[in-house]
Design a protein around this ligand. Sequence first.
Ligand code: ADP
Ligand code: MG
Length: 349
Amino acid sequence: MFDNKDKTEINELGEFGLIAHLTKTVELTEPSTVKGIGDDAAVLDFSDKKTLISTDLLLEGIHFDLRYVPLKHLGYKAVQVNLSDIYAMNGKASQITFSIGLSSKFPLEAVEEIYEGALIACKKYNVDLIGGDTSASAQGLVISVTSIGYAEAAKIAYRSGAKEGDLLCVSGDLGGAYVGLQLLEREKQIFLENPQIQPDLEGKDYIVERQLKPEARKDVVELFEIYGIQPHAMIDVSDGLASEILHICNASKVGCKLYEDKIPIDPMTYDTAREFGLDPTVCALNGGEDYELLFTVPQEQYDKVKNQLDITIIGYITEEAAGCEMISKSGNVHPIKAQGWNAFKGADR
Ligand code: ADP
Ligand code: MG
Protein backbone atom coordinates (compact mmCIF):
# COMPACT_ATOMS: atom_id res chain seq x y z
CA MET A 1 0.00 0.00 0.00
CA PHE A 2 2.98 2.31 0.33
CA ASP A 3 6.32 2.38 -1.36
CA ASN A 4 9.31 3.38 0.68
CA LYS A 5 11.16 5.60 -1.73
CA ASP A 6 11.43 9.19 -0.51
CA LYS A 7 10.14 8.08 2.87
CA THR A 8 11.63 8.90 6.25
CA GLU A 9 13.24 6.09 8.21
CA ILE A 10 11.96 5.93 11.74
CA ASN A 11 15.51 5.44 13.05
CA GLU A 12 16.30 8.99 12.00
CA LEU A 13 13.96 10.26 14.73
CA GLY A 14 14.65 7.80 17.52
CA GLU A 15 11.97 6.57 19.92
CA PHE A 16 11.50 9.80 21.86
CA GLY A 17 11.54 11.89 18.71
CA LEU A 18 8.94 9.62 17.17
CA ILE A 19 6.60 9.82 20.18
CA ALA A 20 6.95 13.59 20.35
CA HIS A 21 6.31 13.88 16.62
CA LEU A 22 3.23 11.65 16.61
CA THR A 23 1.62 13.21 19.64
CA LYS A 24 2.43 16.86 19.05
CA THR A 25 -1.14 17.75 18.05
CA VAL A 26 -2.75 15.92 20.97
CA GLU A 27 -5.11 18.11 22.98
CA LEU A 28 -6.72 17.14 26.25
CA THR A 29 -10.38 18.03 26.59
CA GLU A 30 -11.76 15.54 29.10
CA PRO A 31 -12.24 16.95 32.63
CA SER A 32 -11.27 13.55 34.09
CA THR A 33 -7.77 13.73 32.55
CA VAL A 34 -5.40 15.19 35.16
CA LYS A 35 -2.14 14.32 33.35
CA GLY A 36 -1.73 12.87 29.85
CA ILE A 37 1.37 11.99 27.86
CA GLY A 38 4.78 12.93 29.25
CA ASP A 39 5.23 11.31 32.64
CA ASP A 40 5.67 7.72 33.79
CA ALA A 41 1.92 7.28 34.05
CA ALA A 42 -1.17 9.29 33.19
CA VAL A 43 -3.35 10.53 36.05
CA LEU A 44 -7.16 10.35 35.89
CA ASP A 45 -9.90 11.37 38.28
CA PHE A 46 -13.39 9.86 38.04
CA SER A 47 -14.45 11.03 41.54
CA ASP A 48 -17.59 9.07 42.44
CA LYS A 49 -17.90 7.10 39.17
CA LYS A 50 -16.83 3.54 38.47
CA THR A 51 -13.91 3.21 36.04
CA LEU A 52 -14.25 1.02 32.92
CA ILE A 53 -11.18 -0.37 31.15
CA SER A 54 -10.88 -2.50 28.03
CA THR A 55 -7.93 -3.56 25.85
CA ASP A 56 -7.56 -4.95 22.35
CA LEU A 57 -4.52 -6.33 20.58
CA LEU A 58 -4.44 -6.14 16.78
CA LEU A 59 -1.88 -8.08 14.77
CA GLU A 60 -1.08 -7.70 11.10
CA GLY A 61 -2.09 -10.80 9.17
CA ILE A 62 -4.39 -11.95 11.97
CA HIS A 63 -6.75 -9.04 12.52
CA PHE A 64 -6.06 -6.88 9.50
CA ASP A 65 -4.59 -7.16 6.04
CA LEU A 66 -2.64 -4.13 4.84
CA ARG A 67 -3.24 -5.14 1.23
CA TYR A 68 -6.69 -3.59 1.43
CA VAL A 69 -6.87 -1.72 4.72
CA PRO A 70 -5.62 1.86 4.38
CA LEU A 71 -3.44 2.80 7.37
CA LYS A 72 -5.56 5.79 8.31
CA HIS A 73 -8.65 3.59 8.44
CA LEU A 74 -6.73 1.09 10.52
CA GLY A 75 -5.87 3.71 13.15
CA TYR A 76 -9.46 4.88 13.16
CA LYS A 77 -10.91 1.38 13.42
CA ALA A 78 -8.47 0.32 16.15
CA VAL A 79 -9.84 3.13 18.32
CA GLN A 80 -13.49 2.55 17.38
CA VAL A 81 -13.54 -1.16 18.15
CA ASN A 82 -12.07 -0.47 21.54
CA LEU A 83 -14.41 2.39 22.44
CA SER A 84 -17.26 0.09 21.48
CA ASP A 85 -16.45 -2.06 24.53
CA ILE A 86 -16.87 0.91 26.88
CA TYR A 87 -20.22 1.85 25.30
CA ALA A 88 -21.28 -1.79 25.61
CA MET A 89 -21.08 -1.33 29.40
CA ASN A 90 -23.39 1.71 29.06
CA GLY A 91 -20.43 3.93 29.92
CA LYS A 92 -18.82 7.07 28.59
CA ALA A 93 -15.41 6.62 26.97
CA SER A 94 -12.99 9.31 28.09
CA GLN A 95 -9.38 8.27 27.37
CA ILE A 96 -7.32 5.82 25.34
CA THR A 97 -3.75 4.66 25.27
CA PHE A 98 -2.37 3.68 21.87
CA SER A 99 0.63 1.37 21.54
CA ILE A 100 2.42 0.30 18.40
CA GLY A 101 5.04 -2.23 17.39
CA LEU A 102 6.67 -1.43 14.05
CA SER A 103 8.81 -3.55 11.79
CA SER A 104 11.49 -1.89 9.67
CA LYS A 105 9.25 -1.87 6.56
CA PHE A 106 7.23 1.00 8.04
CA PRO A 107 8.47 4.49 7.28
CA LEU A 108 7.51 7.45 9.43
CA GLU A 109 4.84 8.44 6.93
CA ALA A 110 3.01 5.15 7.48
CA VAL A 111 2.90 5.64 11.25
CA GLU A 112 1.73 9.21 10.74
CA GLU A 113 -1.23 7.91 8.80
CA ILE A 114 -2.14 5.43 11.51
CA TYR A 115 -2.01 8.20 14.09
CA GLU A 116 -3.99 10.56 11.92
CA GLY A 117 -6.82 8.04 11.81
CA ALA A 118 -6.60 7.33 15.54
CA LEU A 119 -6.65 11.02 16.42
CA ILE A 120 -9.63 11.70 14.15
CA ALA A 121 -11.52 8.99 16.05
CA CYS A 122 -10.47 10.49 19.41
CA LYS A 123 -11.59 13.95 18.40
CA LYS A 124 -14.90 12.80 16.98
CA TYR A 125 -15.70 10.80 20.13
CA ASN A 126 -14.28 13.31 22.64
CA VAL A 127 -11.66 10.96 23.95
CA ASP A 128 -8.18 12.03 25.14
CA LEU A 129 -5.07 10.17 23.97
CA ILE A 130 -3.17 9.92 27.26
CA GLY A 131 -0.27 7.57 26.50
CA GLY A 132 0.96 4.40 24.94
CA ASP A 133 4.11 2.53 24.17
CA THR A 134 6.29 2.37 21.08
CA SER A 135 8.56 -0.45 20.09
CA ALA A 136 10.25 -2.12 17.16
CA SER A 137 8.66 -5.40 16.05
CA ALA A 138 10.50 -8.27 14.38
CA GLN A 139 7.73 -8.72 11.85
CA GLY A 140 4.62 -6.84 10.91
CA LEU A 141 2.58 -4.18 12.59
CA VAL A 142 1.14 -4.54 16.08
CA ILE A 143 -1.38 -2.13 17.56
CA SER A 144 -2.81 -2.25 21.05
CA VAL A 145 -5.45 0.15 22.27
CA THR A 146 -6.71 0.45 25.82
CA SER A 147 -9.82 2.50 26.37
CA ILE A 148 -10.90 3.96 29.64
CA GLY A 149 -14.31 5.28 30.57
CA TYR A 150 -16.67 5.72 33.45
CA ALA A 151 -20.25 5.18 34.51
CA GLU A 152 -22.48 5.48 37.54
CA ALA A 153 -22.47 2.10 39.29
CA ALA A 154 -26.24 1.67 38.86
CA LYS A 155 -26.09 2.34 35.11
CA ILE A 156 -23.45 -0.23 34.16
CA ALA A 157 -24.97 -2.90 31.90
CA TYR A 158 -23.29 -6.27 32.42
CA ARG A 159 -23.76 -9.28 30.16
CA SER A 160 -25.26 -11.05 33.15
CA GLY A 161 -28.23 -8.76 33.77
CA ALA A 162 -30.88 -10.14 31.37
CA LYS A 163 -34.19 -11.25 32.96
CA GLU A 164 -36.97 -13.50 31.72
CA GLY A 165 -39.52 -11.42 29.81
CA ASP A 166 -36.96 -8.77 28.70
CA LEU A 167 -37.10 -7.54 25.13
CA LEU A 168 -34.03 -8.39 23.07
CA CYS A 169 -32.96 -5.36 21.01
CA VAL A 170 -30.17 -4.37 18.65
CA SER A 171 -29.02 -1.04 17.23
CA GLY A 172 -28.37 -0.36 13.52
CA ASP A 173 -28.15 -3.23 11.07
CA LEU A 174 -26.09 -6.41 10.93
CA GLY A 175 -23.98 -8.42 8.51
CA GLY A 176 -22.69 -5.43 6.54
CA ALA A 177 -19.10 -5.57 7.78
CA TYR A 178 -18.84 -9.25 6.91
CA VAL A 179 -20.27 -8.84 3.41
CA GLY A 180 -17.98 -5.81 2.94
CA LEU A 181 -15.03 -8.05 3.85
CA GLN A 182 -16.09 -10.60 1.21
CA LEU A 183 -16.10 -7.83 -1.36
CA LEU A 184 -12.63 -6.60 -0.35
CA GLU A 185 -11.28 -10.16 -0.33
CA ARG A 186 -12.64 -10.76 -3.82
CA GLU A 187 -11.10 -7.57 -5.16
CA LYS A 188 -7.79 -8.46 -3.49
CA GLN A 189 -7.75 -11.84 -5.26
CA ILE A 190 -8.52 -10.23 -8.61
CA PHE A 191 -5.77 -7.66 -8.00
CA LEU A 192 -3.24 -10.34 -7.03
CA GLU A 193 -3.98 -12.24 -10.24
CA ASN A 194 -3.98 -9.15 -12.41
CA PRO A 195 -2.64 -5.92 -10.88
CA GLN A 196 -3.85 -4.01 -13.96
CA ILE A 197 -7.48 -4.36 -12.88
CA GLN A 198 -8.70 -1.64 -10.54
CA PRO A 199 -10.98 -2.65 -7.65
CA ASP A 200 -14.65 -2.45 -8.50
CA LEU A 201 -16.33 -1.31 -5.32
CA GLU A 202 -18.63 1.16 -6.96
CA GLY A 203 -21.99 1.62 -5.32
CA LYS A 204 -20.87 -0.56 -2.41
CA ASP A 205 -19.70 2.29 -0.16
CA TYR A 206 -21.95 1.43 2.74
CA ILE A 207 -20.75 -2.14 3.30
CA VAL A 208 -17.11 -1.32 2.50
CA GLU A 209 -17.30 1.42 5.15
CA ARG A 210 -18.96 -0.95 7.60
CA GLN A 211 -15.83 -3.10 7.28
CA LEU A 212 -13.11 -0.45 7.03
CA LYS A 213 -14.53 2.39 9.08
CA PRO A 214 -16.94 1.19 11.77
CA GLU A 215 -18.55 3.67 14.13
CA ALA A 216 -18.92 2.73 17.81
CA ARG A 217 -22.45 3.45 19.07
CA LYS A 218 -21.80 6.30 21.47
CA ASP A 219 -25.05 7.81 20.17
CA VAL A 220 -27.06 4.82 21.41
CA VAL A 221 -25.70 5.19 24.94
CA GLU A 222 -26.58 8.90 24.78
CA LEU A 223 -30.06 8.02 23.58
CA PHE A 224 -30.50 5.71 26.60
CA GLU A 225 -29.64 8.63 28.82
CA ILE A 226 -32.02 11.05 27.08
CA TYR A 227 -34.98 8.65 27.10
CA GLY A 228 -34.29 7.11 30.50
CA ILE A 229 -33.71 3.65 29.02
CA GLN A 230 -31.74 1.36 31.34
CA PRO A 231 -30.62 -1.85 29.62
CA HIS A 232 -30.61 -4.89 31.88
CA ALA A 233 -27.80 -6.50 29.88
CA MET A 234 -25.65 -5.32 26.97
CA ILE A 235 -22.80 -6.45 24.70
CA ASP A 236 -21.33 -5.12 21.46
CA VAL A 237 -21.69 -7.21 18.33
CA SER A 238 -18.09 -7.99 17.39
CA ASP A 239 -18.34 -11.72 16.65
CA GLY A 240 -21.80 -12.01 15.10
CA LEU A 241 -25.28 -11.79 16.56
CA ALA A 242 -25.51 -15.51 17.43
CA SER A 243 -22.34 -15.52 19.49
CA GLU A 244 -23.30 -12.33 21.36
CA ILE A 245 -26.82 -13.58 22.14
CA LEU A 246 -25.30 -16.73 23.61
CA HIS A 247 -22.86 -14.65 25.70
CA ILE A 248 -25.76 -12.71 27.24
CA CYS A 249 -27.91 -15.82 27.75
CA ASN A 250 -25.07 -17.84 29.29
CA ALA A 251 -23.93 -15.03 31.57
CA SER A 252 -27.53 -14.26 32.62
CA LYS A 253 -28.64 -17.91 32.88
CA VAL A 254 -31.64 -17.32 30.62
CA GLY A 255 -32.89 -18.49 27.22
CA CYS A 256 -34.30 -16.48 24.33
CA LYS A 257 -36.45 -16.44 21.23
CA LEU A 258 -35.00 -14.61 18.24
CA TYR A 259 -37.16 -13.88 15.18
CA GLU A 260 -35.26 -14.19 11.92
CA ASP A 261 -37.61 -11.80 10.13
CA LYS A 262 -36.85 -9.08 12.67
CA ILE A 263 -33.04 -9.14 12.26
CA PRO A 264 -32.17 -5.74 10.73
CA ILE A 265 -30.24 -6.17 7.48
CA ASP A 266 -29.50 -3.28 5.13
CA PRO A 267 -30.70 -3.83 1.52
CA MET A 268 -27.13 -3.47 0.19
CA THR A 269 -25.91 -6.11 2.63
CA TYR A 270 -28.81 -8.34 1.62
CA ASP A 271 -28.30 -8.01 -2.14
CA THR A 272 -24.51 -8.33 -2.01
CA ALA A 273 -24.70 -11.39 0.22
CA ARG A 274 -27.01 -12.93 -2.39
CA GLU A 275 -24.54 -12.07 -5.17
CA PHE A 276 -21.93 -14.05 -3.24
CA GLY A 277 -24.34 -16.94 -2.78
CA LEU A 278 -24.49 -16.27 0.97
CA ASP A 279 -27.55 -16.31 3.17
CA PRO A 280 -27.95 -12.75 4.54
CA THR A 281 -29.26 -14.10 7.86
CA VAL A 282 -26.15 -16.24 8.25
CA CYS A 283 -24.00 -13.15 7.59
CA ALA A 284 -25.81 -11.30 10.39
CA LEU A 285 -25.67 -14.24 12.79
CA ASN A 286 -22.07 -15.25 12.24
CA GLY A 287 -20.35 -12.46 10.34
CA GLY A 288 -19.17 -10.13 13.05
CA GLU A 289 -17.42 -6.76 13.26
CA ASP A 290 -20.69 -4.82 13.10
CA TYR A 291 -19.99 -3.05 16.43
CA GLU A 292 -23.67 -2.53 17.05
CA LEU A 293 -25.10 -2.82 20.57
CA LEU A 294 -27.19 -5.86 21.55
CA PHE A 295 -29.16 -5.33 24.74
CA THR A 296 -32.18 -6.33 26.75
CA VAL A 297 -34.71 -4.03 28.41
CA PRO A 298 -37.63 -4.83 30.70
CA GLN A 299 -41.01 -4.96 28.96
CA GLU A 300 -42.14 -1.80 30.76
CA GLN A 301 -39.68 0.07 28.54
CA TYR A 302 -41.33 -1.16 25.34
CA ASP A 303 -42.85 2.26 24.63
CA LYS A 304 -39.46 3.93 24.99
CA VAL A 305 -37.64 1.63 22.56
CA LYS A 306 -40.34 0.90 19.99
CA ASN A 307 -40.20 4.36 18.42
CA GLN A 308 -36.41 4.62 18.22
CA LEU A 309 -35.68 4.46 14.51
CA ASP A 310 -32.27 2.91 14.92
CA ILE A 311 -33.26 0.24 17.45
CA THR A 312 -34.99 -3.02 16.49
CA ILE A 313 -36.70 -5.43 18.85
CA ILE A 314 -35.60 -8.84 17.57
CA GLY A 315 -36.91 -11.19 20.24
CA TYR A 316 -37.33 -11.74 23.95
CA ILE A 317 -35.70 -13.44 26.91
CA THR A 318 -37.12 -16.70 28.27
CA GLU A 319 -36.28 -18.99 31.15
CA GLU A 320 -33.00 -20.88 30.77
CA ALA A 321 -34.64 -24.29 30.30
CA ALA A 322 -36.38 -23.09 27.11
CA GLY A 323 -32.98 -22.74 25.41
CA CYS A 324 -31.80 -20.16 22.87
CA GLU A 325 -33.84 -20.47 19.71
CA MET A 326 -34.41 -18.71 16.42
CA ILE A 327 -37.83 -18.78 14.78
CA SER A 328 -37.08 -18.80 11.03
CA LYS A 329 -39.02 -16.86 8.41
CA SER A 330 -40.91 -20.05 7.57
CA GLY A 331 -41.79 -20.62 11.22
CA ASN A 332 -39.31 -23.40 11.97
CA VAL A 333 -37.45 -23.38 15.27
CA HIS A 334 -33.64 -23.71 15.28
CA PRO A 335 -31.29 -23.71 18.25
CA ILE A 336 -28.95 -20.70 18.07
CA LYS A 337 -25.35 -21.82 17.60
CA ALA A 338 -22.27 -19.64 17.59
CA GLN A 339 -20.36 -19.86 14.31
CA GLY A 340 -22.18 -22.92 13.13
CA TRP A 341 -21.03 -22.03 9.62
CA ASN A 342 -17.41 -21.59 10.60
CA ALA A 343 -16.12 -22.92 7.30
CA PHE A 344 -17.21 -19.83 5.48
CA LYS A 345 -15.55 -17.32 7.76
CA GLY A 346 -12.52 -15.47 6.41
CA ALA A 347 -9.31 -17.33 7.16
CA ASP A 348 -7.55 -14.27 8.50
CA ARG A 349 -10.12 -13.22 11.07
P1 ADP B 1 8.53 4.61 29.56
O1 ADP B 1 9.96 4.37 29.24
O2 ADP B 1 8.29 5.07 30.96
O3 ADP B 1 7.62 3.50 29.10
P2 ADP B 1 8.07 6.03 27.15
O4 ADP B 1 9.27 6.73 26.69
O5 ADP B 1 7.66 4.75 26.49
O6 ADP B 1 8.13 5.89 28.72
O7 ADP B 1 6.84 7.03 27.02
C1 ADP B 1 6.94 8.38 27.38
C2 ADP B 1 5.58 8.99 27.31
O8 ADP B 1 5.09 8.92 25.99
C3 ADP B 1 4.54 8.31 28.19
O9 ADP B 1 3.66 9.30 28.66
C4 ADP B 1 3.87 7.37 27.23
O10 ADP B 1 2.54 7.09 27.66
C5 ADP B 1 3.89 8.18 25.95
N1 ADP B 1 3.89 7.32 24.76
C6 ADP B 1 4.80 6.39 24.41
N2 ADP B 1 4.47 5.80 23.24
C7 ADP B 1 3.31 6.37 22.85
C8 ADP B 1 2.45 6.18 21.75
N3 ADP B 1 2.70 5.27 20.79
N4 ADP B 1 1.34 6.94 21.67
C9 ADP B 1 1.07 7.84 22.63
N5 ADP B 1 1.83 8.08 23.69
C10 ADP B 1 2.95 7.35 23.81
MG1 MG C 1 7.31 2.90 27.21
